[in-house]
Design a protein around this ligand. Sequence first.
Ligand code: ZN
Length: 458
Amino acid sequence: MSDLSATYQYVDDNSEELIAEYQRLVRQPSVSSSGEGVAECAELLVELMQAAGIDARVVPTEGQPIVFGEARSAKPDAPTLLHYSHYDVQPGDADDPLWDALPFEAKRFGDRIVGRGTTDAKGNVMAFVQAVKALNATGGLPINLKFIFDGEEESGSPSLPGFVEAHREMLAADAMLGFDGGYRAGDKPHVSLGNSGLLTCQLRAMGGSKDLHSARARLVPNAAWKMVWALNSMKGPDGEVNIAGFYDDVRPVSERERELLNEAGFFDPDWHDDLGVDRFLNDVTGVDALEQLLFTPTCNINGFASGFVGDGAKTLLPSTATVNLDFRLVMDQDPADILEKLRKHLDDSGFEDIELIERGFIEPSRTDADAPFARVVAEAAREVLERDPLLWPTGDASGRTTHWIATRLGIQSAGTGIGPPDWRGHAANEFMLVPYFLSGIKFATRIWDMAGERGGFE
Ligand SMILES: [Zn+2]
């Protein structure tokens, strides 16, 4: 084990300066939904990265700019780790009376720094940037580092996939680390290894060529019934999706993943409260519910529109019915393949005339729970943060960030976050605690150090 004591000492000795620079970044608004301050924040971040010894620059996109940075190790054949986080923030919502300080004041109350972006994600961004500074001041970098700091994560990262495709060479790396958010309940750092996929689409059924008096239902087909029958053919009350081949590519849950689910545990009452139900679908409980949440694909109706649903009597034969569907997908389901299977299902079931329109998709992504890089992040967390991390084998939500990029680049990935639990994400009084920020800096240096010791991620 290499010795980081000088680096850790540097962090402790220079904590006030490391924190002050982080506060500077929080004080610069960067609201991607309105554009407020984003370009200025990108410039400031480049300045702070350069001060830490990172070769950084602003890369324009069709939307908000991405900040890209690179820092090389002097060691020959050092592996390269690519990082992803974001410098944009949610709106400040200064009118919310629950703020103890102005949203972009980054005001410090003892160990608590309050402000929009303090954890999500400028606290995370600056912990990693300051980790580079600390290592550069105490002997240099053990591995090569690359950083993507997104300027529109809070707006769904629309420019990120194009950026990744256009810069594959520049982004070449051996593994990828995302950092955002904070610890989970129970004061446990988390390490996530994947995301669900998503396919959204619209179905349109036609009855007659126009809405008619309902007496004509004896002669003219009803679009709403047609849609109901089509939907009924796709999924039954048992929850099974009846589209031929829908489950063909679902990767079975590995023994290791099941182990991680057991370690993570699942407390039903909290989830019941959170979701506003008193039981789950199929009456699953405990870890089985967690497995169902993370590893089963869905076919979900978002909305159904047809005919007249107002008060009073109106006798109508609707000519159109529209339904928006989404499918949460798991490894290794392919959204394009599922869309084709859905079309074939409709055709084979007598619904050739129902129109199917794709509305967007995100591929699922997942790193093997036993992958060497996942172990590095978990071990570094255990050692530096002195807590067992919660390893989350995949996520129920979908996104085109860390895991998605890593899957595109064919490398392993892990996601983590250094903010305190209950950091009030997207709400008034979002905060960071100084000890979490400083231990986050040390955590980053140890991840890199451990990766250097192991000479890569094979
Ligand atoms: Zn975030």
